[in-house]
Each structure stands twice: as C-alpha cells, then as structure tokens.
Design a protein around this ligand. Structure first.
Ligand code: NAD
Length: 350
C-alpha cells in the first residue's frame, strides 16, 4: 500500500467494470491502476479513460506490485474461481453480486479470504442507501414491533437482446439461473438483512417470455426464523419494468421502499412519511443505475482495508444470501418446501 491509498485493479471491463471505474474516481484514498479484460480492446479503452494500465490476463496482472485489491466484474459463474486466485495472491477482493453461482464455489472464496488474511467484500449496493439503513435499523431494533409480513419484489423487464447479445446472461453455466440470481439477488439480500434469516421456502418458477434456458419469473413464500411470513417475486418479463419494492409490516407499523426511495413510513406514534426522490433504478435498463450507488460500496471497501475492519457486506453475508437464493431454486425445482440450511453442495438446474 502506498501512503494510505488503496491501488485497485478492475477485472472485467464490461457494463459494471465501467461503473466501478467511474465510482473509484470519486472515492478518496482509492486509485485505479490496472484494468484487466481478456478482450484486449475493451481493457485498453477503459484503462486509457482513467490513466490506468491494461492487462489481458489475471495471473500475469497479479505479479504486478501496483495492485492492493481487485474488483471482480466478470460473469457471475467466474467470480469465485477468479476471486480465489486474487485472495491467494494476498490481495483484497471486492466481488460483484452474486458471490458466485454455487454455494461450494462461494464458500471456497470466503475461506480463501479468511486463510490468506485479506478482505472479501461483496457489492450489494442497496444496503448503503439511506432508506434501507433506516428500515433495517427500525426492523431490527423493534421500532416496527413484531414483524408480521416482509416482502421483496423485483418486477423488472429486460429486452430480448439483453439475453441474445450476451454470451452468458440467461445461462445455467455462467448466470447460474435467471431473474432471481441475477436481478432478484439484490432484493433477496435486502430482505434477509432487514427481516432476518429464513427457515423455509415454497416456490414456483417459469420461463414466461424470453427464449432462455433459465427462469424469467419466480415467486416464493418464505417463513422467517422470527415467525413472520413473506413473499419474494423476481422477474425480467414484466413490461415495461417497475421499481423494485421492499414492504415491511410489523405490529406497530409499516415501511415501504420503492427503488431507493422510502415511499411510506407509517409507524404508530411517529410522523408519517410519504416521499419519493425519483432516484434511478434498473427496472427497464441495466445501465440506468449509473455509478452513484457504487461509490459508498467502494468507499466502505477501501476504508475496511485501511482501518483493518470487516466491510459492510462480507463474503459470509453474501454466502447466506446465496443460500436463500438456492433454497428458492430448490423448492421451485423439486416442487416442494425447501428448508434451510441446504445440503452444502446443492446447485440448481433445469
Ligand atoms: N451491482 C449491480 O447492480 C450489477 C449490475 C450489473 C452487473 N453486475 C454484475 O457484474 C458482473 C459483470 O456483469 P456485466 O454486465 O458487466 O458483464 P459484461 O458481459 O458486460 O462484462 C464482463 C466482462 O468480463 C470479461 N471477462 C470474462 N471472463 C474474463 C476473464 N476470465 N478474465 C478477464 N476478463 C474476463 C469480458 O470480456 C467482459 O468484458 C456480473 O456478475 C453481474 O451480476 C452487477
């Protein structure tokens, strides 16, 4: 490390890699030094934009002495394999969501981080929004009373070309599933963070609209450890795409988040809140989120390295989220109730 600055390499310079580059530029104590992509032109283009060096191979890049941390921005099915290489090289890892597409691979990455003494943080940017932090604190601190019903829905739309133009979107091999593990995982993580661990799941899935091998629609009823019930809905088939929604209902009141806005806060004895700021969501267009949500995630990751403390979202947190995603898939696939914890090597398929 050079005098309180974390030198970062971005691995994967596609849609989200470019968002990371823009966000890093706004984080004090962070400097983008290297961009790595097996597609050389893409690496060179993003590197040139930010005054970084381009590389095409992770193993070679890890021999450089100007990288303290690597952001894994490659297709989801590569996260754990590439992240583990980074951890084994003694460098910190910030992984894009999901942690990986299987529990076994995700666990290997978490353990590699622990055994090599490096941070493994995961991008679940929704946890950093003011609305999510407020509702998390209220739900966990008892301000909403006893939790009764906690729902997460992500009724989004993706154009057919989102799948047909990408070598990995909508594939079991690299996306690991469809609307749930790719888009819905943000809300699954938020729901679990706000309402606590889930005990059982009953789910159904469909490929309702797109010509893909994975689901573009999935619905689940969940039962939380604390006794509350809830519903998870995830889709990329619902034109034109609606802001994702978290609804938390307790015995003393309710809080509803739409997109990143707290649109309703109705708690007995407290002032009512009903407001919307119109912050961007990815409801219809994956690029529409811009880089503003990634800035606090990267700032927290950089601070966790400089202050040697755990990041806000650890690899273990993301492993729990992945297990809940897998439980929804297991129930839908087997058409019966799934109970957590799951068998450690369970993975979904057609
Ligand atoms: N946090 C969010 O809101 C958010 C939004 C979009 C995507 N993502 C996640 O980011 C990841 C990447 O998604 P994307 O949309 O940017 O994908 P993308 O297809 O646009 O980009 C992936 C890039 O990785 C490169 N690549 C693949 N394998 C590589 C390897 N072994 N070594 C070097 N480069 C390699 C490809 O050439 C490509 O440029 C996914 O896991 C996705 O789930 C997160």
């Amino acid at each position: 490390m050079v005098a309180g600055t974390v030198r970062i390499a971005i691995l994967g310079s596609g849609l989200i890699g470019a968002i990371h580059a823009a966000a890093i530029a706004e984080v004090p104590n962070a400097k983008l030094t290297v961009v790595i992509d097996s597609f050389e032109e893409r690496a060179k283009q993003l590197a040139a934009e930010y005054g970084a060096v381009a590389e095409t191979d992770l193993a070679r890049a890890l021999e450089r002495d100007d990288i303290d941390a690597v952001h894994i921005c490659t297709p989801s099915g590569t996260h754990a394999k590439l992240g583990t290489m980074v951890a084994e090289a003694g460098k910190h890892v910030l992984v894009e969501k999901p942690l990986d597409i299987t529990l076994a691979a995700g666990r290997r990455l978490v353990e590699a981080g622990e055994s090599h003494g490096v941070k493994v943080a995961v991008v679940f940017q929704k946890r950093f929004t003011e609305s999510a932090q407020r509702v998390h604190e209220a739900a966990q601190g008892g301000r909403l009373g006893k939790l009764i019903e906690c729902d997460a829905s992500i009724k989004w739309y993706r154009e057919p070309k989102y799948y047909s133009d990408s070598p990995w979107h909508g594939t079991w091999a690299m996306d690991g599933g469809g609307a749930l593990i790719n888009q819905g995982v943000h809300m699954v993580d938020l729901l679990k963070w706000v309402a606590g661990p889930v005990r059982t799941v009953v789910a159904r899935r469909r490929t309702a609209l797109h010509k893909i091998e994975v689901e573009d629609l999935i619905d689940a009823i969940v039962e939380f450890d604390n006794g509350a019930l809830g519903v998870i809905q995830a889709s990329t088939a619902l034109y034109p795409g609606f802001p994702e929604r978290l609804s938390i209902h307790g015995s003393k009141g309710s809080a509803i988040i739409e997109g990143s806005d707290l649109v309703q806060w109705d708690v007995q004895g407290e002032p009512q809140v009903a407001r919307a700021f119109g912050l961007p969501t990815g409801a219809s267009d994956p690029g529409a989120i811009g880089h503003r949500y990634h800035v606090p995630v990267i700032a927290d990751f950089v601070d966790s390295i400089l202050q040697n403390r755990p990041p806000m979202v650890t690899g273990r947190d993301a492993l729990d989220t992945l297990e809940l995603v897998m439980a929804v898939y297991k129930s839908a696939q087997e058409r019966k109730e799934a109970t957590l914890p799951l068998p450690p090597d369970w993975r979904p398929g057609p």
